[in-house]
Design a protein around this ligand. Structure first.
Ligand SMILES: [Zn+2]
Length: 361
């Protein structure tokens, strides 16, 4: 029954995968080690390391209420149902097919959900979280097992480079005052102007539009009025980008670009952020530069600099131009072609922006 229903209507969520999937042998035990739905509406999961998760959402129908489920490799021993409370009707753990485990969360009728904004975030090699709902009246935590890593594990992991490289916990975005700020994000180039062309034909216009959209979404989720100067491949001059931001009376303006080196030298990589004037612009540039470097280990810090670029010179609010790497550089290009790296950069840019707004708002 479930299988038939599963074939239609569901939506694949953007699941934030930090690690390569490791396929477990079909008869191995479930990769799901512990789970909890916390009082703040977050679902937290602990899995075996390097587990590949798939998450789905399906709107209610005659048989079920709204459902969110996650599939894990490895077979569950004891299928079971756990009674919910508040917005949660019940939680079911089952095996949808041989060698799989499914965790289903069914919501009560009338719960407001916005699955389009849901993001599964990997906290480290084996922990995940996703915000599912805003508990209005008191919701009591439901769960099985310990979702937090034990202290011992945490310590031993911290001593290795591997841990340092893969722990993106620091990308947790800060909270800012809701509906107070407006930010204009400007994806560089577009239409007949592709910007820089890098290794294997990777185009600046595509990369920066993708990253810009992710930044816009992340800021929107935090209650910031975030707008893009362009949403698709259009030819957009520099003057309208500036007047858009000025007319909006935006609080800040962030133009996103990727670099190319003269002679397309593959050994030149790095990140840099420009501002034109003022300590505010400089502070914003510093915040963003610091964050983007953290998600680009090994890529040189080319610094925060003053630059006379048209879009940051003529906008009236604090404005920066971010160069997120060299499309012609071996290290940067290999990363910039990957969605996962673009997501990390988007988180980093959003974090820099939110930190700035939090400090000056
Ligand atoms: Zn550019």
């Amino acid at each position: 029954m479930i299988k038939l229903l599963d074939k239609k209507l569901f939506r694949y969520l953007s699941v934030f995968l930090f690690l390569n999937s490791a396929t477990l042998p079909i008869n191995s035990s479930s990769a799901l080690a512990a789970w909890a739905i916390k009082t703040n509406g977050f679902l937290e999961l602990r899995t075996k390391s390097n587990t590949n998760l798939e998450a789905y959402f399906q709107k209610s129908n005659q048989i079920y209420g709204d459902r969110f489920w996650v599939d894990f490799p490895g077979e569950l021993k004891n299928p079971r149902t756990i009674k919910g409370n508040g917005s949660i009707k019940e939680i079911r753990l089952g095996k949808p097919s041989k060698g799989k485990t499914r965790l289903v969360i069914e919501f009560k009728e009338g719960t407001y959900l916005n699955p389009l904004t849901w993001r599964m975030i990997g906290l480290d090699q084996n922990r995940w979280k996703i915000k599912l709902f805003n508990p209005k009246n008191s919701f009591k935590k439901i769960g099985e097992g310990l979702v937090e890593n034990t202290r011992r594990n945490f310590r031993s992991n911290q001593n290795t480079n591997y841990k340092r490289k893969n722990n993106y916990d620091f990308l947790k975005l800060p909270e800012v005052k809701q509906n107070k700020f407006s930010v204009v994000i400007d994806p560089g180039h577009g239409g007949p102007d592709p910007g820089a062309i890098g290794i294997a034909g990777i185009r600046e216009t595509d990369v920066v539009l993708d990253v810009s959209k992710m930044v816009r979404n992340l800021l929107s989720e935090k209650g910031v009025n975030a707008l893009l100067t362009r949403k698709n491949e259009v030819d957009l001059d520099l003057a309208p980008r500036v007047s858009f931001a000025n007319n909006m009376d935006a609080d800040i303006f962030v133009s996103i670009h990727a670099n190319a080196s003269r002679g397309k030298r593959r050994d030149i990589n790095g990140l840099e952020t420009f501002y034109y004037r003022g300590w505010r612009g400089r502070l914003l540039a510093k915040r963003i530069q610091k964050q983007i470097l953290r998600v680009s280990p090994g890529s040189p810090d080319r610094g925060v600099k003053q630059g006379r670029f048209y879009v940051i010179k003529n906008t009236r609010m604090p404005a920066v131009l971010v160069e997120i790497g060299f499309l012609t550089g071996r290290l940067d290009a290999r990363r910039l072609e990957k969605t996962i790296h673009r997501k990390r950069l988007a988180y980093a840019i959003a974090k820099g922006i939110l930190e700035y707004l939090d400090k000056l708002g």
